[in-house]
Design a protein around this ligand. Structure first.
Ligand SMILES: [Zn+2]
Length: 680
């Protein structure tokens, strides 16, 4: 195929240099990947073969300049593989994952390249580098060192094999989970709808329609099954849906992930030992803000005690309702959300269907834009002239306080079968200015259930929080203000990356935002003050459950990565036993579908980082509260300079201290989650 026939290889001339997404077809990827890999290889060989004395420009900056086409093609491909996949895309993914892993492994294990980096690293202090350049050199050195560049030939060969195999296993893991989600549907007859409020019925109608039949249905996407578990009065149907949901990847059939987990954990352990670490967790955490498994366990244990006490109180309160209603059974995992909803209603007189009419998707998008405008002076203007990969994708141009172009923001909000579950931020292009200013193209991808034809999409408060969360990641990408691609935007250490997203969620809870944007979709009336007060007060409701289901997954993640081949069922059972996990609480992600830690390495031994970041975000938001103004301009400027715009240009502990003038403690987090009783 000639390059002019392949839009991936042509110049991208659409507005803002956005790739021609509507014209790209799956068959364009294999030849584009071929050419991109070859070009990158040529770039790398030229750097390694250089006879010139290594300096920053001919080694580090040259690495930063290498493989531009590969970055372009990979970015487009992985956006589609997540948000709009298909059989052909999945086949290419299976084929490319091991090849890309091998390609990168070969580069990171290149001795000549590492010798140049190592020589620079040893005399870094004498090179006259800027702070950002010094950091980029340090990051490159760590990247190669941690990949095994200093090892002997046999060890390197084995590392390569492990890398290939891990990539294939990760892809198989995800595809198994997706297959289980796509193959399951629970059709609901009319009398199966008992208890479901209007919005849940509408969503169930949409789910049925999507699967090609009339009536109502529940699927295994979180946004379909969770409301069903929360509201359905049909206990036996709740049990059926719940059992299918928690059995994803654990069905004993061709999509079962248990043997993948045993192999993944054994290979990760072997890799860590080859690199001189006692376990994969030790290896992984060495390159984080937390640094060691002990530091992580210390944090988890500090939260576990209060959470465990609170979840026991919550369970007793729910069992009381069961008994008071004459239910002659012990609370089961598929009952928790249903009775918690009843208790929430009794305590706060709140139900989701009362709140949702005040949270139309459009208003929450506007609220996120408004918050970014008040804090950072950003403006979002809709654009219709930018290519997209699906008609539901929306586009805004982002400009700064002086009207300058900041980047492009894509919002892809609705669930569909071609999209994997969950919510995420990603990018088609990252900010950098190595050879002139490059501004970012940032995406937020969600799985909200689309409103019925002619009706707006209404969000739950959790959905709205998810939107703010991903938008916070989006700002981290959009506001990036660095020179080097490696440390651009969200290119920060793992346990720091959730700070900008989780911090942004705090503004959604504020009356300044809710009064302005939480308006009834029909009448335009603001959310009544009493409802808003109850909504805020209810934020600590059920936190024992939410904290223990999360912490359970976090402990399991660490246990999988503290050495040896692991049997998934055994690890789960032993961890539950050791932590005295209440039987009524199932892990937020059971191992066979725990994609964060098994679909790739990125969150392996890293699931704790959400909580780690929450310690930071609770403490960081206090910086605004202390001033009495949640939009305080001076604090917002420090936040922009040290966190949102700074990428990975500094060590995260230093960056945080520069923003806050001190290190954070766990207390604000415990208070935020309502796990400690505040002093009277
Ligand atoms: Zn996040």
């Amino acid at each position: 195929m000639m390059s002019q026939d392949n839009p991936l290889l042509a110049d991208w001339t659409a507005s803002f240099g956005v790739p021609p997404l509507a014209a790209i077809r799956p068959e364009h990827f294999p030849p584009a990947f071929e050419q991109a890999l070859a070009e990158h290889r040529t770039d790398i060989d030229a750097i390694a073969a250089s006879r010139a004395e290594p300096n920053f420009d001919n080694t580090v900056a040259a690495l930063e300049r290498s493989g531009r086409l590969l970055t372009r093609v990979s970015n487009v491909f992985y956006v589609l593989a997540g948000a709009h996949t298909s059989e052909p895309i999945q086949a290419i993914e299976r084929d490319m994952a091991p090849r890309l892993a091998r390609h990168w492994n070969e580069i990171h294990l290149d001795e000549t390249l590492f010798a140049r980096l190592d020589a620079l690293h040893r005399r870094a202090a004498a090179l006259g580098l800027s702070a950002e350049q010094a950091r980029v050199l340090e990051r490159y050195h760590a990247l190669f060192h941690r990949a095994g560049a200093g090892l002997d030939g046999a060890a390197k060969e084995r590392l390569k094999e492990i890398g290939d195999r891990l990539a294939s296993l990760g892809t198989a893991f995800s595809q198994n989970v997706l297959a289980d989600e796509q193959s399951y549907v629970l059709p609901l007859a009319d009398d199966d709808l008992a208890g479901l409020p209007d919005f849940a019925r509408a969503a169930a109608r949409g789910d049925a329609e999507e699967r090609g039949f009339a009536g109502h249905a529940v699927t295994l996407s979180r946004s379909s099954v969770e409301p069903f578990l929360q509201f359905s009065a049909r206990r036996e149907l709740r049990e059926r849906a719940f059992r299918a949901w928690v059995a994803r990847g654990d069905t004993g059939g061709p999509t079962d992930n248990n043997s993948n987990i045993a192999e993944l954990t054994a290979l990760r352990d072997e890799k860590a030992r080859l690199l001189g670490y006692p376990s994969f967790a030790a290896y992984k955490l060495d390159d984080t803000m937390a640094k060691t498994p002990a530091a992580v366990t210390g944090l988890l244990d500090a939260v576990w005690g209060p959470a465990r006490r609170r979840v026991a109180e919550e369970r007793d309160a729910l069992q009381e309702i069961v008994t008071a209603e004459g239910g002659n059974f012990r609370l089961a995992p598929w009952d928790w959300r249903y009775y918690a909803e009843k208790l929430r209603k009794a305590r706060f007189d709140l139900d989701e269907s009362e709140i949702k009419p005040y949270l139309p998707l459009e208003a929450i998008i506007e609220a996120a834009f408004y918050t970014a405008n008040r804090l950072f002076g950003l403006t979002f203007a809709p654009r219709t002239d930018v290519p997209v990969y699906h008609p539901d994708v929306r586009v805004w141009e982002v400009t700064g306080p002086g009207g300058e172009h900041v980047g492009v923001f894509f919002g892809d909000y609705f669930a569909r079968p071609s999209k994997r579950s969950g919510a995420w931020m990603t990018s088609l292009r990252d900010q950098e200015r190595l050879d002139g200013e490059v501004r970012p193209l940032v995406l937020n991808v969600m799985n909200f259930n689309k409103g019925a034809a002619g009706e707006p999409t209404l969000l739950s408060f959790d959905d709205a929080r998810t939107l703010f969360h991903e938008f916070g990641h989006g700002l981290h990408g959009l506001m990036s203000d660095v020179t080097y691609p490696m440390i651009s935007g969200t290119g920060v250490l793992q346990d720091f990356v959730e700070l900008p997203s989780q911090l942004f969620e705090h503004w959604l809870d504020r009356p300044e935002i809710l009064q302005k944007f939480a308006r009834h979709y029909r009448t335009g009336a603001p959310m009544p003050q009493a409802l808003m007060d109850r909504l805020i007060a209810s934020r600590t409701f059920n936190q024992g459950f939410l904290t223990t289901e999360y912490l359970g997954s976090t402990y399991v993640d660490l246990d999988f990565h503290l050495g040896g081949k692991k049997d998934a069922h055994k690890v789960e059972a032993e961890t539950r036993e050791r932590m005295q996990m209440p039987e009524e609480v199932v892990l937020r992600h059971r191992p066979p579908h725990f994609q964060h830690i098994f679909s790739g390495d990125s969150y392996a031994a890293g699931y704790y980082s959400y909580l780690w970041s929450e310690v930071l975000d609770a403490d960081a938001f206090n910086a605004f509260e202390e001033t009495g103004d949640v939009f305080d301009p001076a604090v917002a400027k420090r936040l922009r300079d040290n966190i949102y715009a700074a990428g990975g240009a500094r060590d995260p502990s230093e960056a945080y201290k520069a923003f806050r003038s001190r290190i954070p403690s766990v207390e604000p987090l415990l208070k935020k989650r309502g796990l400690v009783d505040e002093a009277a």
